[in-house]
Design a protein around this ligand. Sequence first.
Ligand code: CP
Length: 338
Amino acid sequence: MNFTGANILSVDQFDIDSIQTIFATADRMQPYARRQKRTKVLDGAILGNLFFESSTRTRVSFGTAFNLLGGEVRETTGMESSALAKGESLYDTARVLSSYSDVIAMRHPKSGSVAEFAEGSRVPVINGGDGANEHPTQALLDLYTIKQELAYHGHTVDGMHICMMGDLKFGRTVHSLSRLLAMYKNIRFTLISPRELAMPDSVLEVLAQAGHQVVITDQVSGISDADIVYQTRIQQERFTTPQEADLYRGKFRLNSEIYTKHYKPNTVIMHPLPRDSRAEANELDNDLNQNPNLAIFRQADNGVLIRMALFALTLGVADQVDKYECDVNWYSEKRTGY
Ligand code: CP
């Protein structure tokens, strides 16, 4: 894959080699993300960070990643504060905002909207989540984390057993992650959800075509040898009413007691976040916070590395990051998270 100038819209555009290129580039970003060094490789460049749907991690880590490479960030948050609320088309918005930016990261509640926007853009567009469809940068950071966590236990992605649980219908992160994992070999997928929130057929077909073993169930069973449990939130924003989401909230929880009962020691616990910590949901309990297998914050930290790598690659400076490095002048706490 030629990254320079490319849009990043779907995990389907990657192959194993391009994933390796992204991960190798992300590895090289660690000293900068840890504030051991600075780089000004993107000095003068502008990121248009357009979030038409709520976000904490993706929006701020895109901005942080761009700043860490020396660039500037201009943000739009919320549909109501943009001219889209006045009926402007995605094409016109893209045509205008791409004149103000060198690269654009975008989230929007409608499936396919980021690809539609990209058609009007004159600069690379990176999908930060389009409705229930895809979240490719999350899938990359999830896979990067899975590789790291499994390597720590002497395992590989090929041959692993992953359990995905919760809202698999509307959870775009599990759609993108499954499609990415389909490129690897002999993976066992146990997909646990209410029947109404099962993984879409389009994703199941990709897994079947790639020859992976898939078990679909609404019971927490058959997971005693899972290497990864990937928990998800009920995606209330995709339901017609909050009351409809209430039917499913709290159905599949993970806490210390359930973890010890159903999973082998050292099963890695993941969640794309945000977790819904309200009592009626609480799909991933705080009582796991001190469990060393809880990878959720390492996962979120890795988002900065992956997004730095994507900016460096799409703007064609991945090999020049070191050339523009300089010292960190301020007190900087030792960071080990990345
Ligand atoms: N994982 C994720 O997309 O989080 P945000 O909604 O906070 O961006």
